[in-house]
Design a binder for this molecule. Sequence first.
Ligand SMILES: [Zn+2]
Length: 245
Amino acid sequence: MLRTFAAIVLKASPYAEGSAVVSFLTEHGERLSGVAKGIKKPTAKWVAAFEPLGMVQVSFFGKEQADLKRITRCDLRFSPLTLGHLESSLVMACLADLFDRVAREGVEDERLYRLLSACGRALKAHPDNALGILAYAEHWLLHCLGLLPHPRTCGRCGREDAPLALLSEEQGWCCTGCTAVDPSEALPPGAREHLRRLRTAAAEEAPRVDPADEAQRAVTALLRQRLLRELGGSLRSYDVLWRLV
Ligand SMILES: [Zn+2]
């Protein structure tokens, strides 16, 4: 049985001789993987088609229940890659890693495809905002996982006017009106406003990283930590990013 999808390439790992297992996020938001042969003696076109975050048209061949389907065709339609832009390439690897963990075989979540394609297009348009786009994606991934309550009201007392103090796993965002926290550990003023910017901006307008913005720095660190913990710890792509950026 042959099935064809619009999809985004996630990761390619070496498999049996001359081939690779490649995972994709399909247009329906499902993770699918298959074997691509001929990677060892490849044509340039065939290799470019398996670049992380490349938007492709891919065909799988194999029985519905087969563990590993064969990739019979993969055509690159859009690449978010900006040659020579290290930061943007490293962020692409992080995004591929994140979505490879979050997306599941047999589970469709179209929001994941919409989010990742928007981030890919934003990266192509603004490679110099790669870190801002990564933080934007992390925020929405937490939302898709159901781990990010709305920041408008305090999850403990329901107030809307007191600044946010912390994010608790049981009660969500808690405000300074009801939650006593050591000032050095509380979120800086402006955290709720930064969360609002993340919620309302399109990926192309993802807030730029501003080292002077303490609220942004704290929210980014908090959400990143929460997401990586959910995914079982740090990812190799992140370690590489922090070593080089
Ligand atoms: Zn409260």
